[in-house]
Write a protein that binds this ligand. Structure first.
Ligand code: SAJ
Length: 410
């Protein structure tokens, strides 16, 4: 067993990884630049819900994980900082990554391995990461070894997927790749494949782009079927009876931090080649405007002029999660509020705190306030409370199985 492991960036991926490693028997320092967050974690508090995560934090604290805001001298660093998307430039914002690598460069020892978990645009490790280390006098591949181990987990099922999914390790020297593989094996029961750094970078964005392109096809099919006056959901259901067809579901947009973001990394680096990818992104981004237009049609049909009577159900980016990153609902509310100049009511059973102006904190208050409901997320609660929805005008943008005379689909 090797010595100390430092996990830099204690967010959605870095935190569970640091905790898993601690519980797997490694001495771990979890590093995050946000002191307030460090204090919270030390007090066993979390900012988001994830099954089993509080218990894991508890166990890791008991086992002595260190949580602090700076990296120290060491030989193994795992970097899981955000690599957001620059909306203007349509490419990866590498500022947090560069700053984490620079902080490591100032304290690491010769022979260190820096393993990047953050999703990155292809070419990042041999580009900006290498350049940052060189600026501090390190020779990459000689003094310091780079490894890329992209995360692959899905919010809502994080801990199971962290231990159950296969994963990749991209490396330029096998010994470093094998060292990192051995470390991950303390919690990862899936197969771990070694490959090159560039291949690992490409695989991660290719996976999420695959899904985005396929969702875009479902969304475009919805628009085609609307023109053709056939029910897209029936078309998909029947087409999927074909043994080699698996069309995904149309919806009001693609949220979350991965599927709607990573394809832009490809477009940013390969603008001439990634034509289909860019088009798919635009189709998916158009869905929130499509949903707004559909609301306008139904409002006109039912004589609703006050948009303060139209409520948005579901604020998260997908069902049965509280995660609102890149959520289509928030975008829709912003569009409607900007145009109407008022406040749009909303409700989400998973949100304990108010995150938008018109948010109702109970379903009862929400239902009292609205004449029409736009179902943006198919939370389980919809099935339990279906009678309340069936009594209203509903635009069910998730085809969540509600039935009634005034239930409309996208
Ligand atoms: N969506 C549709 N139609 C569908 C499926 C999804 O509109 O048929 C929408 C969802 O409503 C949501 C968005 O797409 O707004 C993304 O949801 P998702 O379930 O496809 O993916 P994420 O972002 O929760 O997690 C993904 C996972 N990738 C895949 O399912 C291929 C996960 O495995 C990745 O590890 C994760 O991104 C990540 O971190 O990259």
């Amino acid at each position: 067993m090797c010595g100390l492991i430092q996990v830099v960036g204690l967010g959605y991926i870095g935190l569970p990884t640091a905790l898993m490693l601690t519980c797997g028997g490694y001495p771990v320092i979890g590093v995050d630049c946000n002191d307030v967050w460090i204090k919270k974690l030390q007090n066993r508090q979390l900012d988001w819900q994830e099954e089993g995560l509080v218990e894991l934090l508890d166990e890791a604290l008991t086992r002595g994980i260190y949580l602090q805001s700076n990296c120290v001298k060491g030989r193994i660093y795992i970097v899981a900082v955000p690599t957001p998307f620059d909306h203007q430039e349509h490419c990866m914002d590498d500022r947090a990554l560069v700053s984490a690598v620079a902080a490591i460069a100032q304290v690491c020892e010769c022979g260190s391995i820096i393993c990047i978990e953050s999703t990155v645009a292809p070419g990042t490790l041999e580009g900006v990461v290498k350049e940052t280390l060189e600026a501090y006098g390190w020779q990459v591949g000689i003094d310091i070894h780079l490894v890329h181990a992209p995360e692959r987990v899905m919010p809502g099922n994080m801990l199971k997927e962290l231990s159950g999914n296969d994963r990749l390790i991209g490396c330029s020297d096998r010994a470093s790749g094998l060292s990192i593989k051995k470390i991950y094996e303390c919690f990862c029961k899936g197969d771990i494949y070694l490959t090159s750094i560039r291949t690992a970078e490409m695989v991660k964005v290719a996976e999420n782009t695959f899904r985005d392109v396929n969702i875009a096809y479902a969304n475009e099919l919805l628009k085609i079927c609307q023109q053709a006056e056939v029910d897209v959901y029936e078309v998909i259901k029947l087409a999927n009876k074909h043994p080699r067809v698996d069309i995904l579901q149309p919806g009001p947009g693609v949220g979350g931090h991965c599927i709607g973001v990573d394809p832009w990394f490809l477009v940013g680096v390969y603008p001439d080649q990634a034509q289909l990818v860019a088009t798919a992104r635009r189709v998916n981004e158009s869905m929130v405007y499509f949903t707004r237009d559909r609301i306008d049609q139904l409002a006109a049909l039912h004589g609703i002029v006050d948009y303060g009577q139209i409520g948005i159900y579901g604020l998260s980016y997908k069902a049965d999660l509280e995660d609102v990153r890149e959520s289509p609902s928030l975008k829709l509310i912003e569009l409607l509020e900007m145009r109407e100049g008022g406040v749009i009511p909303s409700y989400d059973p998973y949100q304990q705190r108010a995150i938008v102006r018109g948010q109702c904190m109970t379903l009862e208050v929400f239902l009292k306030q609205v004449q029409m409901i736009v179902v943006m997320v198919g939370h389980k609660q919809l099935q339990e409370q279906r009678q309340h929805f069936a009594e209203r005008i509903v635009l069910d943008a998730r085809n969540s199985g509600l039935e009634g005379d005034s239930i409309y689909k996208l």
